[in-house]
Design a protein around this ligand. Structure first.
Ligand SMILES: [Zn+2]
Ligand SMILES: [Zn+2]
Ligand SMILES: [Zn+2]
Length: 300
């Protein structure tokens, strides 16, 4: 359900992270620049404001990506799409690592807040403000944009950052599956509240529908996780990455006939259609490894 790179083009690569821009940002640009016309005495400031929004969103996403890297996770892609940016972060499946990877995004906005506040306060009533009213207006608007992004992202709606932060904190207390379940339910309740405001704001409605779908798939994921967690473990099989023993049972779906089967019990052969699988994704850490790599080191 995450937005894909489709319709995006590569902008640049920084610190090993590829940044993609979705074409709809140009629509946002036209809308934003024409909507904000008249706020400034020259339209160039509307363009600058749009670029500044772009930079703030980008800094936020780099916060996620670099934090994820710092805890040994994988993060090499950022897509800027119209409802904000998406950093494709895959932190190690531990609550602390996940919490840091998620919290680092809003933390960037939280750090920008005192900086922009200081600039606003310094400018108040100063002679340079009289000489440069556009510049002061610009800084004040950036202060608002940054604050709005911070507040919006911290709404406790999974998968917004706030919802994911909540989920990571709950993870410490109630475990991986139940934390996702609780965060998804809180998200659905919060969306219902948000929809009251969304009636007059169409873009909020779009986000609410998107978030609702995400919460719903979060619930399904949580139920699947709980099922995996409750299952007995495979004998003599260990993930080479996270060292967890995979569950025993029909937790794998054949990509050919769509039937469920136990990939370790059948040694990678689908019992229904005979399709052969050489690799699989660990259900605990999400990394893909060849099947033979799941054999314990002691076995020759
Ligand atoms: Zn974020
Ligand atoms: Zn099959
Ligand atoms: Zn694993």
């Amino acid at each position: 359900m995450l937005p894909t790179r489709n319709g995006s083009f590569h902008l640049f690569k920084f610190a090993g992270v590829n940044v993609f821009l979705h074409w709809s940002w140009f629509l946002v640009a036209v809308y934003q620049i024409s909507y904000r016309k008249g706020l400034y005495t020259s339209d160039i400031w509307c363009v600058l404001e749009y670029l500044a929004l772009f930079v703030i969103v980008l800094l936020h996403e780099f916060g996620h990506a670099l934090a994820c890297r710092s805890v040994g996770g994988k993060a090499d892609q950022i897509v800027l799409w119209p409802l904000g940016g998406v950093a494709y972060v895959n932190p190690p499946q531990r609550p602390g690592a996940t919490l840091w990877s998620i919290a680092a995004g809003p933390l960037v906005n939280a750090l920008l807040f005192p900086i922009l506040s200081a600039l606003c306060l310094l400018g108040r009533g100063q002679p340079w403000v009289m000489a440069q009213p556009n510049l002061y207006e610009f800084i004040t608007n950036l202060w608002w944009i940054n604050l709005m992004l911070l507040v919006f992202n911290m709404l406790p709606i999974y998968p917004l950052d706030g919802g994911q932060v909540l989920r990571s904190i709950l993870w410490f207390m109630v475990g991986r599956a139940r934390s996702l379940m609780i965060a998804s339910v809180i998200g659905i309740i919060a969306i219902a509240a948000l929809l009251i405001f969304a009636i007059r704001t169409p873009w909020l409605g779009i986000i609410a529908v998107f978030a609702l779908l995400q919460c719903w798939s979060g619930l399904q994921q949580a139920r699947a996780m709980a099922r995996v967690a409750a299952a007995p473990r495979q004998q003599n099989v260990i993930c080479p990455g996270c060292h967890a023993a995979p569950p025993a049972g029909d937790f794998w779906i054949c990509g050919h006939c769509q039937r469920r089967f136990d990939i370790f019990a059948t040694r990678g052969v689908c019992p229904n259609c005979g399709m052969i699988f050489n690799a699989t994704r660990c259900l605990e850490c999400g990394q893909e490894y060849p099947l033979h790599a799941f054999a314990p080191q002691s076995n020759p």
